[in-house]
Ligand binder design. Structure first.
Ligand code: ADP
Length: 385
């Protein structure tokens, strides 16, 4: 919806006092607005759904449903609508509660014509800002999707084709390949592979979408995931003669989440623990439980990370340029952080240069009530449609 300057702006006043409704209606109509009134919360909500107001004035205390409930119900449907609470009993507590629930401001009774007009102008200004903000978010998302599709089709697809041509040349089918040519084609293949890996990781990071992932959340037991992740990287560990040890706690660690994504987190941290380790080193995984969270520490005996760099890790493409360090994309930790964030968890990093690092995965424990509520919401949504 585009907010036209000349367009009549719609204002809904919900108050059980007839005199307030009439006064507001007269004043706001004189200001050129389109005004509707309702004398209780239910009537207000009904009017809201057909009138689609830009600003709502709602009385805090009314018979039937209260102003706060009206505010909550409206904000649950539309975060852009601007709600002003009218009240005769403005207390700090009610002010804080209304603001927390998303009210824009207060209008204490009795109020003057001027106060109402000024507050209405400010509220309409906020509505314009909300719409502009929403437009910019949508534009940004549109640009992001376009860029993903550009990287995928215009960059990745021709790169795969070039790779296939290099492989064809290397096979010798189009013509005999000298030793020197084979060496050069081989190097081209390695570089192309690295580039393709980088593109694939970036596409992976960009395609992780919070809402879609949360829809698929289920009860996940973490211990088997650690074992599966170890199984998948054990040949890398063997190549570098690295020992992997796991220290379990007594209980099974169960969380609400996406199984494959959590496994990806474990895999990324294990791979880094091997990649940035010395030959013959160790990677230890320790489970802990603390204040409603499960914590998995991945500790390695590797090159360590300078203190000043720790904060910067996890930003897209951020790598520490240490001499002799393994090649990479600087996207692994960004993926880890994004996945943990979606799960309500976090990544903690501790490290000592040349001694090793500990990357701790912190995930909230499985909460039956949250899970049940999520399932209920999903069911309601499905029956609503
Ligand atoms: P990549 O390993 O592909 O470069 P990451 O996002 O996984 O990307 O890691 C970013 C940077 O963090 C790495 O380049 C490396 O400098 C540092 N790093 C990650 N894990 C470790 C580790 N276990 N020990 C030392 N440095 C690490």
């Amino acid at each position: 919806m585009i907010f036209m300057e000349k367009e009549k702006q719609k204002i809904l006043v919900i108050d059980d006092e007839e005199v307030i409704c009439d006064a507001c209606s007269q004043i706001l109509k004189q200001e050129g607005h389109n005004v509707q009134i309702a004398q209780d919360g239910d009537a207000g909500l009904e009017c809201y759904s057909t009138f689609h107001p830009d600003v709502i004035f709602v009385d805090l205390k009314m018979p039937g449903i209260s102003g706060l409930e009206v505010l909550e119900k409206i904000r649950a449907q539309d975060k852009n609508v601007v709600v002003v609470i009218i009240t005769g009993y403005a207390t700090i507590d009610s002010a804080v509660e209304s603001m927390q629930k998303g009210a824009f401001d207060f209008l204490p009774k009795p109020f003057s014509q001027e106060e109402l007009i000024i507050l209405t102008r400010r509220a309409l200004q906020r509505k314009r800002e909300n719409l502009e903000c929403q437009r910019l978010i949508q534009e940004k998302e549109h640009m992001r999707q376009n860029f993903i599709s550009l990287v995928s089709h215009e960059l990745r697809t021709p790169m795969v084709a070039v790779m296939q041509y290099v492989e064809l040349l290397l096979s010798g089918v189009p013509g005999e390949v000298t030793e020197r040519q084979s060496e050069i084609y081989g190097r081209m293949k390695i570089r192309l592979n690295e580039l393709l890996k980088l593109i694939d990781r970036w596409l992976r990071l960009s395609r992780i979408e919070e809402l879609k992932i949360k829809e698929g959340f289920s009860k996940v037991s973490l211990r088997p995931l650690v074992d599966e992740a170890i199984d998948m990287i054990k040949s890398q560990a063997r190549d570098k003669d690295i020992t992997i040890a796991v220290e379990h706690i007594a209980d099974d660690c169960v969380v609400t989440g996406d199984r494959d994504m959590i496994k990806e987190v474990f895999m990324n941290l294990l791979t880094n623990g091997i990649k940035y380790n010395r030959t013959g080193g160790t990677v230890k995984i320790r489970e802990r439980e603390q204040d409603g969270y499960y914590i998995f520490d991945f500790s390695d005996s590797g090159i360590g990370i300078p203190r000043s760099e720790i904060e910067k890790l996890g930003k897209e493409f951020y790598r520490i340029h240490t001499e002799g360090a393994a090649a990479g994309s600087g996207l692994g930790l960004a993926i880890v952080k994004k996945i943990l964030d979606i799960h309500g968890g976090r990544l903690e990093i501790q490290s000592q240069k040349q001694k090793g690092s500990t990357f701790s995965v912190v995930l909230p424990e499985y909460d039956k009530e949250v899970q049940d509520q999520g399932e209920k919401d999903e069911k309601n949504e499905n029956t609503d449609h």
